[in-house]
Design a binder for this molecule. Sequence first.
Ligand code: SF4
Length: 241
Amino acid sequence: MPQKTPGERAAALIGRAAEAQRRATRKALSGGRSVARLLAMTRAALARVERTIERVNKMMPPARAIACGPQCPFCCHIRLTASPPEVLLIADHLRGSLGNEALAKTKLRVANMDHLTRGHDEARREAMRLPCAMLVDRSCAIHSVRPVSCRAVASVDVAACERAYASRMAEPVPQVRLQGTAADGIGYGLIAGLRESGFGLENLEFNAGLHIALQNEDTAQCWLDGEPVFAPATEIAEKSG
Ligand code: SF4
């Protein structure tokens, strides 16, 4: 049997990781549904994304070094989407890590950003060039729990990122496609597990979803109980079959 190419091995690894995530999501949502299990599963999904990215980047190293790092805010000015579990994990992280005053400020910043961005499509958002509500002092304030979509983006040219930012995303950014494929694969596994557990397909606009999740401490339990809490933030909605 011919040996598999690195590309084939990377694709197989991503496929296995996505399938493992689908099963892990189903398992976490089987039986009595608890917020703690949902958040633990989501944290583990983010760790799986990191592991998978590291492994595929070792199998097929990018032609140039990845230029992304802290204090590099250029790509954090576009429209972001995330699944309900990711948004709920971020809300939980903010509540657990910030004091009362900082949390109140964060809620206000998220509410303001939601007010400015609600209903605007991708092209309009690129033209508006508003920062993500979680970008503070040029850094991601929730780096350890940032959404899968943020982890999917990896640039090899910071100067190109700056040009893209300056041109309101008219200039292209050379990206590590395999990293995007790996992150998206786990994201699809997460969504597949949600669908198989009876949840509809919900792709949340990030500012709107986080605004909702931060308003009420019961949001996670309400969502687990099947209430349409994220309906105002849901840009793609479909009932599961
Ligand atoms: S969540 Fe963090 S990494 Fe993602 S767009 Fe916002 S600031 Fe940037």
